[in-house]
Design a protein around this ligand. Structure first.
Ligand code: GDP
Ligand code: MG
Length: 162
């Protein structure tokens, strides 16, 4: 059985961009508008010798009331199915209320969770990402999914032990 990694987070943080990079397909549509990936999408990924399954999700908008509603549907299922969760946030936009709701849910799970701040290309990543330590999920991994920056190192860490 290959390890399963789920990509979760608000719409537009770059989940599908990372999915495409990991699976080297254009299967997960990337768009400038949120919510395009409506269903969970599975792909097989390979980095060096490491093979794993990655699940793309449509994201959690945070418009819903209540944590259960916020974490509704496919994202919850993807988390259940996963061995490790990559919780993606947008380093350019900064912390949003929905990020806090997602973090609260993930802190209660007995899952390996990796907090991944995307879009750190061309900005001061350390200062942009500092506030995300407040989510209480430990280390913040800086990446730029669109450029591959930091991706290998972050995945190596996430796959450690599988
Ligand atoms: P999703 O809704 O979480 O799946 O996000 P997408 O992968 O569709 O990306 C949303 C937008 O963010 C697109 O315009 C991407 O080109 C852009 N984006 C994704 N990754 C990066 C990145 O590393 N740097 C920058 N600057 N933009 C990115
Ligand atoms: Mg998407």
């Amino acid at each position: 059985m290959l390890p399963v990694i789920a990509l979760v987070g608000r719409p537009n943080v770059g989940k599908s961009t990372l999915f495409n990079r990991l699976t080297r397909t254009r299967d997960a549509l990337v768009a400038d508008f949120p919510g395009l990936t409506r269903d969970r999408k599975y792909g097989q990924a390979k980095i060096d010798e490491d093979e794993f399954i990655v699940i793309d999700t449509g994201g959690i908008t945070g418009d819903e009331e209540g944590l259960d509603a916020v974490m509704a549907g496919q994202s919850l299922l993807a988390i259940d199915e996963a061995d490790a969760v990559l919780f993606m946030v947008d380093a350019r936009v900064g912390m949003m209320v929905a990020d806090q709701a997602i973090a609260e849910h993930l802190r209660k799970q007995e899952k390996k969770v990796f907090l991944v701040a995307n879009k750190t290309d061309g900005i001061d990543a350390d200062s942009a990402c500092a506030e995300f330590y407040g989510l209480g999920l430990g280390e913040v991994y800086h990446i730029a999914a669109a450029h591959g920056k930091g991706v290998r190192q972050m995945i190596d860490t996430a796959l450690d032990g599988f």
